[in-house]
Write a protein that binds this ligand. Structure first.
Ligand SMILES: O=C(O)CCC(=O)C(=O)O
Length: 285
């Protein structure tokens, strides 16, 4: 599989086609409509573990085109640990500081791969993801929490090294293409200077041998078999934003709050893992 051949040395691979352009644009339209219809719940619904609320997202995450590429990297026994949107609305200052995903997730060993599926095009003008090729081989680096305004990472965590322009590669994707990135690669993204949203759906996959420090979270077996039993199984969504789906989603976030976010004192959310505010909890029920 050509696109993933250099993953071990680069720590990322792209572009890999997983949806048709029309399908991807259809999803982008659907989720942006949802923002109009249900503005109060959209952040919660499209945040952490949105795949437990939307059968369509769960289905995308299990497509052969996605899992074949993921299997190439982490082997045949695959769990979906979490998933969430990264949406940069038109002409907004939202950005993602340079960071390593592995910093707060408490997963070991660091054999985690993210599939970032573009529902819109993602390019330099609208703040596509950027990576430092090979940086996943530099181990876990110190981060500082900046809580900077407009930083899409809620702690605003930033890697404590200078990233030079010459070492940066931009991941440019068309709607329906995905990139894969290693949990330790240095990555970030700049603001969206265009008049259209930039929408990415990030799915975090782990091989079944990976362990969660500090307790059990949920993970869905999407391929192969699980002989380790390190995670609980979530209920599969049947109805978009249905009552049972919200209940499962709520349980999964509570578990993440207990296990992954217990030290996140100031954070109202941590990237990909929203802490549920009282308001959202009520909405979720
Ligand atoms: O969507 C972005 O710009 C950043 C995504 C990211 O940090 C991630 O998927 O880990």
């Amino acid at each position: 599989m050509f696109a993933v051949e250099n993953y071990p040395s680069n720590g990322f691979a792209c572009p890999i086609s997983v949806l048709s352009t029309e399908e991807a644009e259809g999803f982008a339209e659907h989720f942006m409509e949802l923002k109009q219809i249900k503005p109060d719940i959209v952040d919660q619904a499209l945040g952490t573990n949105c795949h437990l609320l939307f059968p369509s997202l769960c289905e995308i995450a299990q497509r052969a085109a996605v899992l074949d590429a993921v299997e190439h990297i982490i082997g045949p026994n695959i769990l979906l640990w979490s998933a969430g949107f990264f949406i940069k609305y038109a002409q907004t200052k939202s950005f993602v500081s340079w960071h390593q995903d592995s910093t707060y997730w408490g997963l070991e060993p660091p054999d985690i791969v993210t599939a970032w599926v573009a529902f819109t095009s993602s390019n330099l003008k609208n703040g596509c993801m950027q990576v430092v090729p090979g940086s996943h081989l530099r181990g876990q680096l110190q981060h500082q929490d900046t809580f900077a305004d407009n930083n899409m990472l809620s702690r605003g965590q930033e890697i404590a090294v200078n990233v030079e322009n010459e070492e940066v590669e931009s991941i440019v994707l068309e709607p329906g293409q995905m990139s894969l990135h290693h949990v330790r690669i240095f990555h970030g993204s700049k603001a969206n200077h265009t008049d259209a949203p930039r929408i990415g759906f990030a799915i975090r996959f782990i091989p079944t041998h990976v362990r969660q420090n500090g307790g059990r979270t949920y993970a869905l077996l999407v391929r192969g078999k699980d002989e380790y039993n390190h995670f609980d199984r979530p209920r599969l969504p049947k109805e978009e934003l249905g009552k049972a789906e919200w209940e499962m989603h709520q349980k999964s976030l509570e578990r993440i709050n207990e296990v992954v976010l217990k030290d996140a004192a100031r954070a109202s959310k941590v990237k990909g893992h929203q802490i549920i505010s009282k308001e959202n909890k009520e909405l979720a029920n």
